[in-house]
Ligand binder design. Sequence first.
Ligand code: ACO
Length: 342
Amino acid sequence: MTKRARIVGVGRYVPEHVMTNDDLEAIVDTSDEWITDRTGIRERRIAADHESTSSMGAEAARRALASAGLTGQDIDLVVCGTCTADHSFPAAATLIQHEIGAPGAAAFDVNAACNGFMSALSVATQFIASGQSTRVMVVGSEVYSRILDWTDRGTCVLFGDGAGAVIVEATPEGERGSVDALLLRSDGSQAGLLYANGPATPGDAAAREAKVVMNGAAVFKHAVVAMAEASAEVVAQAGYSVEDIDLVVPHQANRRIITALADRLGLPMEKVFLNLHKYGNTSSASIPIALAEAVAEGRLKAGDRVLLAAFGGGLSWGAMTLEWGGVRHPEAATADASIART
Ligand code: ACO
């Protein structure tokens, strides 16, 4: 029998170091006014030299375990959404699996750029639906600061580092709180709009540096249309109407993209969770950080209908509707002094 999946734990970790828009003025020809007005971003976190996608992901995962009242022993699969893994291999997920003490767990990464967490979460729900897994750690973790071109004002002001994690488990018979509908799509014909060259890219040495290259205006248009269509489709698939949605937790790329999405869906911004002013675009980490923060702020309660929507390079996008089941120890997800300051 197909099993349904629900989120029972959330956690987030962001590095201590804050880079403000004023700090960026000293690096590229930009201004706090331009960045705030065009994106909504005021500051972002930058990983310290000793931090990595796996170390931040492991910390977020430990906090998710605490919020669920579980240990690593309870986890049978670790999936990490990332496009900035510590190494080409091993996968960041295997390093996280070791760090959280999950000896029985399988582990692998999913790379779908900023749609990485949604893709990883979709994998988790399918492993649970098939009965292959009973409890999955889903992580989104990124260190974009290491792949940005810090001379390109069109991209370097947008991104930040951080990690988030959720634990997904099979919903016991008769209990509420589960993923209702999900949709993933891609369009590789538009790959040139947003990419980072990696070591496998043919060409000269300069082209092989792993720097983010983006056509911002084109990505903007695709993002709004794709996320709005995917969102409308999952809401319909789940049998809800848009008015039934209690909270939208979108990928935190740009406040204007999110406002346009809410407009298209006919949803008031009070129902949309926003924290990009504090972290910028953390790619795969943005939705799980936002979910953990929504729990910490009391914005999510058991029974709430939640819409997730993400978009990224690929192009790749997706949406999901779920009923919020509630985490057992929400206070554990809030235990982070570095986050409390903003
Ligand atoms: N500071 C000051 N001026 C700037 C900056 C900056 N940081 N960046 C660009 N400008 C200038 C441009 O040079 C241009 O000047 P010009 O008119 O003299 O040529 C002007 O501002 C307008 O540039 P646009 O690119 O048209 O600005 P736009 O309003 O489109 O905003 C932005 C740019 C913020 C990048 C927007 O297009 C956007 O958010 N796009 C989506 C990006 C995104 O979300 N990407 C991530 C997807 S997720 C993933 O997979 C990584």
